[in-house]
Every structure is written in C-alpha cells, then in structure tokens.
Design a protein around this ligand. Structure first.
Ligand code: GDP
Ligand code: GDP
Length: 464
C-alpha cells in the first residue's frame, strides 16, 4: 500500500525540480512543445524507505494572464482530488503572494492532508519568506531546497506518519491473511468477511479504456450527466488522464479519464509513448476497468491488449460494447460478440459483456450493476473451511495426475488475498501440477463461488 502525493503551487516555485528529485530521473517531457507539460504528470517516487506516487501540476507558465488563475485553480483541484496528501509549495525568496493565498484557500477546503513547503530555502534570503509562510494557516512550513536537496529529511518525517496511517487504514479495510496452516475456520464463518462497500472516503475506482473514438468521453460525460470533461477551448486540458469524483447512481466513485488517448493521431513519436502509458496508468489506478468497444469494430488488437493488460494487472474487468443504438441485427450481433469474447479473451472468462449506448444512455443501468458486481467479486473472500470442503469434492471428482506412478497430493487450500482473489494450495510436488489441473481448479472456483470475470490467482506451494 502506498499513497499519492500531489505537489501544487504557483509556477516557478520549484515543483518540477522537487518532482524530478523524488522520481530520480528526468521522466518528464521537458521540451516546450505546447500542451505537453501543460497538465498533470505522475511518477513513482522514493524518499528514504517510502515509495509513493507523486503528481506534479507542471507547465502553467505558458498560460496567458487572464486565464492563468482559473486554469491553476482547476488543475490544482484535480490534483488534490487525485491525491492522498498535498505538498503545497511556495517560493521562500519571493515570500507569500496573493496567488499563494488562493492556493492555501483551495487546500484548506479540499485536502485532508496538507504539507507546506517553503522552497528555495537555502541561504538567508529565504528567512523572511519562511516566517511569512506560517501566516498561511497551514501549519509549520518545511524549509526546503529542491535544487540542493535540503530539507528532504523534514519532508520524510512529515510523510512517514501519514504513510503509516494510510497503510493501517488499508489493512483495516481489506484484511489480508497470510497462509496459515493452523487457521481453523469455524462453521458459519461464511458471513464473516463481507466485501467492503465503496464509501465517500474510499470510492470505487474505475477507469474507462478503449481505442480512440470508442466513445469513452461520451460515456463518461453521460455518467457525469453534464459536459464536464471538455471544459472549453483550452487545448490539452484533457490530454493527460484525470480523475473525477462522482456518485454514480448513489455509488461513490472515482473515474479515471484517459481522454488523452484519443488525441494520439495528432502528436509525434514521443508523445505517442506517453499516451500509451496513459492506458497503463488508468489500469493501475482502477479497481474496475471498463473496456469500451465500438460495436462496429469490436475486439481490435488494441482492445485485446488493454483487456489482457487489465487481467494481468489483476483488475476486475467489465466489457462494454458501445454504439449499440446503431446496430440492427442485435440478437445475431450479440451472439457473435460473445463467441469472439470467449475465443479471444479466455483469460477473462465469465466477465460481463454489456451493450450500451453512451449517446442515448441505454444500458447504463446494467453497466452500473455490472461494475458493482465485478467490484464485489474482486473483493470476495471464501472462508478456509468452505474452500477445503470444496477442494475435497474437486479432488474426488477429478483426481490429480500421477506422474511416474506417484500421485500428487493437494493437501490444503486457503485464500491468501483479495483484490483480486488469490489462492494457495499446499501440495506435495508443486512443480509437477499440470497447467490444465490448475485451470480446472480456477474454473471450478469461478463457478462454484460465483466469481466470474475477475482474474483468479492460484499458487501451488510445497510444504516446508
Ligand atoms: P515549477 O514551475 O514550480 O515546476 O518550478 P521549477 O521546478 O521549474 O523551478 C523554477 C525555477 O526555480 C528553476 O529555475 C529552478 O532551477 C529554480 N529552483 C527550484 N528549486 C530551487 C531551490 O531550491 N533553490 C533555488 N535557488 N532555485 C530553485
Ligand atoms: P473517445 O475517443 O473514446 O473519447 O470517443 P468520443 O466520446 O469522443 O466519441 C467518438 C465518436 O463516437 C463521437 O462522434 C461520438 O458522438 C460518437 N459516439 C459515442 N458514443 C456513441 C453511441 O453510443 N452511439 C453513437 N451512435 N455514437 C456514439
């Protein structure tokens, strides 16, 4: 479990310098192609033994004066909503400016955890700025020099307790058991671990992915019920992925929009890579991934790749076939789609396939239900006693093979994790269990415990 830190503040205070220092390499696209660094960028940061995601609200410099404030506000709000912690940076040499005050106000209202940093803090020229920073009402500022790497210890000391808090919260939310051979579940424990429900604090994270023009933006806008994604003529505002909070039919959700993916055709080589990684980021961010297909051209290479990626990353997947409003032979088409789905994506066996029209809104109820169900399945925990009764039945029905006349013994089984469900089978010769036998067990688990679609991990382990 890690957390996300957003670095926010007005242009030129040193956000990117800190970002680069935390990420440790020049991951950013630093050239001045318009629109490239305009939005949010994200990197994997390390600070001491902490590992976390850092978001930088880079590149507002090129905004014209009258749009700067609004843009900054929107971008900052977005970053704040995506993050667990905000690092608010001011320039200690310049002191506190009115724009800094505006930021402070946004953060006080919107962010649960703010760390205040007075950057460019090396040398005595920064002294008065550091003192002014107290006046922002956001607690004691860290005196930082992003450029010289000073003050990072103080940053670490502020992040550490928060990180521990998030970790504890994650543990409490999703109790993970280690494989424990003494774990003797009692009868009736079927009702113990009810799957967690999405809450305002922990909304269900969903991403809509798919090829350009599949209808992702249309769908997200329909779900949001307003035209919030394309917020006007400012190019690049949706280039990078953004996260939006919403209540979809009463379910608190965060939806990850990768609108940027569709603008791919217009940009060059380097950006191309960035856009592809958008899809990856979306998948990593999400608990449930909605793979949106265009009914006219379903299951293209790109669709298959992203669906496979989602499965490999262990995400719950819902396939939605869009533009269903323009299909005539609906019955026949649906049959063909289901057949293609099973053939092309066997790793997602049983995942729901929902036909929708993002344009008219038809099918969105069913999509909502499928997303919730997928989330539920993804979180499901099967009690150990139940599992082992089940395993006994499976072994009787179809005993494992006996290579060289020696039967492989599957002794005991437990669910080691959720999100997605992962099972461990203790057995005599883990390396000799054929793939086909594991598949038999996985398919059995899917069917008997009603876990369609979700990736199921099954590990064979020898006893030691
Ligand atoms: P951003 O617009 O907030 O991302 O700011 P940048 O990271 O691009 O930095 C703006 C300028 O401030 C650059 O010229 C940096 O070299 C400089 N800068 C960043 N951190 C420090 C620092 O700790 N001390 C000093 N003196 N300059 C810094
Ligand atoms: P994105 O690139 O995946 O975000 O796709 P867009 O949302 O921009 O949609 C691409 C095109 O498909 C637009 O012209 C939309 O109007 C159209 N479109 C999206 N959803 C539907 C739908 O359900 N039915 C029909 N007929 N057209 C749709």
């Amino acid at each position: 479990m890690s957390f996300t830190l957003a670095v926010v503040g007005r242009p030129n205070v040193g956000k990117s310098t800190l970002f680069n220092r935390l990420v440790g390499k020049k991951l950013a696209l630093v050239d001045d192609q318009p629109g490239v660094t305009r939005d949010l960028r994200e990197g994997e940061a390390r600070l001491g033994d902490l590992r976390f995601t850092v978001i930088d609200t880079a590149g507002l410099e090129d905004a014209t004066d009258n749009s700067l404030e609004g843009r900054m506000r929107r971008l900052t709000e977005r970053a704040v909503d995506m993050a667990d912690i905000c690092l608010f940076m001011i320039d200690a040499r310049a002191g506190v400016t009115p724009i800094d005050e505006m930021f402070a106000e946004i953060l006080r209202k919107r962010s649960a955890h703010v760390i205040l940093a007075a950057n460019k803090g090396e040398g005595s020229a920064a002294d008065s700025g550091v003192i002014e920073a107290y006046g922002l009402g956001l607690g004691e500022p860290i005196r930082l020099s992003a450029e010289h790497g000073e003050g990072l210890n103080d940053l670490y000391s502020q992040l550490l307790p928060l990180s521990e808090e998030f970790e504890k919260r994650a543990r409490d939310d999703a109790p993970e058991t280690d494989v424990d051979l003494d774990d003797t579940d009692e009868e009736g424990d079927e009702f113990d671990d009810l799957p967690p429900q999405p809450t305002a604090e922990k909304p269900l994270q969903i991403a809509v992915v798919g090829r350009p023009n599949a209808g992702k933006s249309t769908l997200i806008n329909k779900i949001l019920g307003e035209d919030r994604l394309l917020t006007g003529p400012e190019a690049g505002i949706t280039r990078d992925a953004i996260a939006l909070r919403l209540d979809w039919q009463g379910t608190p959700m965060r939806i990850f929009d990768t609108a940027g993916m569709r603008k791919k055709a217009k940009v060059q080589e380097k950006l191309e890579k960035l856009s592809v990684s958008d899809g990856l980021r979306a998948v990593k961010f999400a608990e449930v991934v909605v793979v949106l297909l265009d009914a006219a051209i379903p299951f293209e290479q790109q669709d298959l790749r992203i669906a496979d990626l989602a499965a490999r990353e262990g995400r719950a997947v819902v396939v939605a076939v869009n533009k269903w409003d323009v299909e005539d032979e609906k019955q026949e088409k649906l049959r063909a789609l289901k057949e293609a789905f099973e053939r092309l994506l066997p790793q997602l066996r049983g995942a729901p396939l929902i036909t929708v029209s993002a344009k008219t809104g038809r099918g969105l109820d069913r999509l909502h239900a499928a997303v919730l169900k997928a989330y539920d399945v993804w979180n499901r925990r099967v009690p150990t006693a139940t599992l082992n009764r089940w395993l006994t039945g499976m072994l009787e029905q179809h005993p494992p093979p006996a290579p060289q006349g020696k039967r492989i013994k599957l002794r005991y089984m437990t669910q080691a994790k959720t999100r997605p469900p992962g099972f461990v089978v203790m057995c005599s010769h883990p390396d000799k269990v054929p793939e086909a036998y594991s598949r038999y067990l996985i398919n059995g688990l899917r069917q008997d415990f009603d876990m369609p679609g979700t990736p199921i991990r099954l590990t064979m382990r020898g006893q030691n």
